[in-house]
Design a protein around this ligand. Sequence first.
Ligand SMILES: [Zn+2]
Length: 499
Amino acid sequence: MKTSHIATAAACAACARAQELPMVNSEDLQALINLDELVSGSQQLQDFAYAYPERNRVFGGQGHNDTVNFLAEVLEQTGYYDVTIQPFVELYSGGSSSLSINGQAYNNSLLTYTPDGSANASIVAVNNLGCEAADFPPEVADSIALISRGDCTFAVKSTNAAAAGALGAIIYNNVEGELAGTLGGLGDYVASVGTDLATGEALLAALQNGTELIGELEVDSVLENRTTYNVIAETKGGDHNNVLALGAHTDSVEAGPGINDDGSGTIGILNVAIGLTNFTVTNAVRFCFWSAEEFGLLGSTYYVSQLNETAEELAKVRAYLNFDMIASPNYAYLIYDGDGSAFNLTGPSGSAEIEALFEDYYTSVGKTYNATAFDGRSDYGPFLDVGIASGGIFTGAEVPKTEEGQDIWGGLEDLAYDENYHAVGDNIFNLALDAFWLNTKLIAHGVATYAQSFDSLPQPTSMTKRSAHLAKVKRQAYNGAHGSHGHHHCNSKDEDKTR
Ligand SMILES: [Zn+2]
């Protein structure tokens, strides 16, 4: 009894203090966003990655677990938030591979979900694109199959190679650049690696000249269930039946520390959360730090599935804002196309108003913006699927900037918005600090606006299951026509990871 008495007294002291705080407003919350804090927060995340040999923050790894604990501790210490660490379990795929041919080492990377394998055998070229069993000549048995990318998924090619008795498969790109892909899940595959177009063409030419190629292929695949964690921090104050949710993902890919993708969104929303503790709010604000986005939006999908178990919990979330990559080095100011005016993928009711809020913000600070497809390829996807008004911004990934883009935002034409996207160079030295600072102030503006009032959003209508389903089908059709399969993130992803 005594402890509960003390707890009650402490809670009331917090209440009294909250009542003395001023109501949040955009200008004052923005004024608390400090560039030094954004940089030191990013440095902290990078230090977590570089403290371990993997030098990344892949979900379930040590660099990622340190990130999760850091966020939970910082938010808990404010005393302003109820912090929940939400565990869930997902299949992790990683590991390493090596390939040498006639004693010479070749560039390669394992395909996600490949099995282990070890082969020291002849390399045999497959006919056509390896999409049919008949494409595999009998000599493929007990050999390493050499297959071009194209037409069908990597999974189909690897399955056909396994069925033909191959010991391994080398799939080479059909366009310039590395081939980094996924088999899309577990299956009856052979040990499979990807390599670049030049390597594939050189090997094919050697075979056609009658040169015998002996390959040594080693694939050390790690396939394991890993427990990982979302961090959810909700203001103690405010109306918990009318909640603004916002989120960023805390995990990186294997290749690097993930400081723009999505350390920038993580540290951006964290700093807004810290600034918000100086104010009181009308509506509760829920800061969501998602895990395992890079393996297919797994953390946000799990969270929404849990929320979706009771209709009341879902109805409490009035809007969701997503921030995935807000400081790309060769940036653009892109807003999710919630009204469907640019990409014809309209979000749930309220999404158009959120897009307009961010448009007005950029206009007010003299910046030009453009739209980016509202295709559900980051953590807002699961929120779209259940009909929650959503929005967000994005500064661009691997797509090259156009001449028009250079005219608008400066930077370099023909260079990717983020040339370090999903690569080792996605580190603190490659952040655009001006975009980082401005976009974090934009987040503060969004939080202040909706923490005060949802009056600018339409009244929530319970989106019918059918209309949510139809919108999802339309997004899937769009994604099918524009590469990638919903899995593997990042809004303007042109490259398809499964084929
Ligand atoms: Zn991302």
